[in-house]
Design a protein around this ligand. Structure first.
Ligand code: NI
Length: 168
């Protein structure tokens, strides 16, 4: 296992779009997933995307039982999604506070679709799909943004609601 150093906002690599995973037999895929898992757990994150630890492939992971960073959030089962995409089930959005392991110490109020359909592949390359709403839908949208080189501060509509978590 290894806990990786996280790239943080300002690093130009974080705004670079990632490429699709094509070779599901590559042992590197397993090792990236393990590193993402170990890093996410060590840092107390609820989700992580491969580019945050320096691998620019379309791979996200999320899940937690109880989060210290989001004490009100309901448990989400641990999930790894390869080449994920989503579409909103309706245009309805919801504002919610987000943080990011690549934006340490800060939180912002971000609108996200309330409910989505997502489709992806599992680590064996089999198609998986599902529906998500609320916080889980938010996490998936946040992590998918990372794969397109987008960090949540770009989604904040009103910068008055962006600040240090110690103050908010
Ligand atoms: Ni993030």
């Amino acid at each position: 296992m290894s806990i990786k150093q996280l790239l943080i906002m300002g690093n130009p690599k974080l705004i670079t779009p990632s490429i699709a995973v094509e070779d599901f037999n590559n042992p590197l895929l397993r090792s990236i997933i393990q590193d993402m898992h170990d890093t996410m757990i060590a840092k107390g994150g609820v989700g992580i995307a491969a580019p945050q630890i320096g691998y620019f492939v379309r791979l996200i992971m999320f899940g937690f039982q109880k989060s210290e960073r989001y004490p009100d959030a309901q448990e989400i089962p641990f999930t790894t999604l390869v080449n994920p995409s989503f579409s909103p089930l309706s245009e309805e959005t919801e504002d919610g506070w987000e943080g990011c392991l690549s934006v340490p110490g800060l939180r912002g109020l971000v609108p996200r679709y309330k409910s989505i359909n997502y489709t992806a592949q599992d680590i064996h390359g089999h198609t998986v799909s599902g529906q998500a709403d609320g916080f889980k839908a938010r996490v998936i949208q946040h992590e998918c943004d990372h794969l397109d080189g987008i960090l949540y501060p770009r989604r904040i509509k009103d910068l008055r609601y962006f600040g240090f978590e110690s103050e908010l």
